[in-house]
Write a protein that binds this ligand. Structure first.
Ligand SMILES: Nc1ncnc2c1ncn2[C@@H]1O[C@H](COP(=O)(O)OP(=O)(O)O)[C@@H](O)[C@H]1O
Ligand SMILES: [Mg+2]
Length: 346
């Protein structure tokens, strides 16, 4: 598939023919890995609506796979022309430039515009346009977009006449557009126009069953890309991944796997330090603004911090840490369990 990016850069993204591998029940759908029930549901929706010409709104946190889902939607549209999908990232381009990117401009319409330039809607005519991070679109452009969505009409910057285009719009946002509408930050009419078919991709932490499959998928991808063998000892890192928050979602996971390939053990170390950060209080608050805190709470915090310190000095050895703390190894073990840090500090 070809994606026309803003500025006319043409990227060749991925091979065609992903459909041959579609087997949602087995966890694959084109380029998408779908092991969890939530992701399977997303894939089923894409399968059902892929060949319809309806507008689709994809919502989800950053890195959950919105762009990949958009590509799969586009791949399945039989009407797509010359495999082209126009792409514009409203968070990455200056607002003044977006209008000309989308609708094109006439020669002389602003300083430095020496030629007529076609916009993405014209390029993608007969195909799909993917508008990413749509919440960043200015109110003025939201109005112009509504006109294309409703009537298929565009007007290049500096032109007098409107002309018709036939483009399917897929929009994505990492912010909840309905909330923005309520706050008056996004036009309600455009929201309802885009929201014909909503797809919500949940964050990875809500569909942890996907983690292992995604991890092996990326390990295969990167082993091939870097011609580097990796004995698939997934157990070494998936356990650590399962403990991680993965706030950066699939993107974070993918980057971690690539790092693991070059530095085995990297994921374990990252997971360890993330866990530690979340359990060890950085500063113990003995009672700021004269407010006395419950003694057991303070004591627990002191214990956690002190045990972490000892373990650090002992290079992770519990026996040595116990010696440093002047307690038996079994006592330390029990204390860690009671404090709920057994898992996180080891
Ligand atoms: N279900 C999935 N299966 C395989 N790869 C995925 C999946 N979801 C996301 N990815 C990969 O993770 C990265 C981030 O996905 P992307 O679609 O750019 O996220 P978003 O647009 O939501 O920020 C990309 O490299 C993408 O290919
Ligand atoms: Mg994105």
């Amino acid at each position: 598939m070809i994606i026309v990016k803003f500025g006319g850069i043409v990227n060749n993204l991925g091979k065609e023919g992903g459909r041959k591998m579609d087997n949602i029940d087995e966890g694959t759908f084109g380029a998408l890995v779908c092991r969890s029930e939530q992701m399977k549901e997303v894939c089923r929706t894409i399968q059902e609506i892929g060949n319809a010409d309806v507008t689709v709104l994809i919502e989800g946190e950053t890195g959950v796979g919105k762009k990949l889902a958009a590509r799969e939607l586009h791949k399945r549209n039989p009407r797509r022309k010359e495999k082209i999908m126009g792409y514009v990232d409203c968070a990455a381009i200056m607002p003044e430039v977006i209008e000309s990117e989308l609708f094109g401009h006439k020669k002389g319409s602003f300083t430095g515009s020496y030629y007529d330039r076609k916009g993405l809607f014209e390029f993608a005519n007969g195909g799909t346009i993917f508008i990413d991070e749509i919440s960043n679109l200015s109110p003025d452009l939201q109005g112009k977009l509504l006109l294309v969505a409703d009537e298929g009409k565009i007007r290049p910057v500096g032109a007098n006449e409107y002309f018709g285009v036939d483009v399917r719009i897929i929009a994505a946002s990492n912010k909840n557009l309905e909330d923005l509408v309520r706050k008056g930050e996004f036009r309600a009419d455009l929201y309802w126009r885009l929201n014909v078919l909503p797809i919500n991709i949940p964050p990875v932490r809500e569909r942890r069953e996907d983690i292992n499959s995604l991890a092996s998928h990326f390990m295969r991808e990167f082993s091939a890309k870097h011609s580097k063998e990796y004995r698939d000892t997934a157990d070494c890192y998936t356990e650590s991944l399962n403990l991680m928050k993965l706030e950066g979602n699939v993107r974070e996971l993918r980057n971690l796997i690539e790092r693991e390939l070059f530095m085995p053990g990297a994921i374990k170390r990252v997971a360890f330090s993330e866990q530690r950060k979340s359990v060890i209080p950085t500063r113990i608050d003995y009672g700021s603004n004269g407010k006395v805190r419950p003694l057991p709470e303070i004591l627990d915090e002191v214990k956690i911090k002190y045990i972490a310190l000892a373990l650090e000095e002992a290079g992770g050895s519990k026996t040595r840490a116990a010696e440093l703390l002047g307690v038996k190894r079994t006592t330390l073990h029990l204390m860690m369990k009671q404090l709920g840090i057994g898992h996180s500090l080891l």
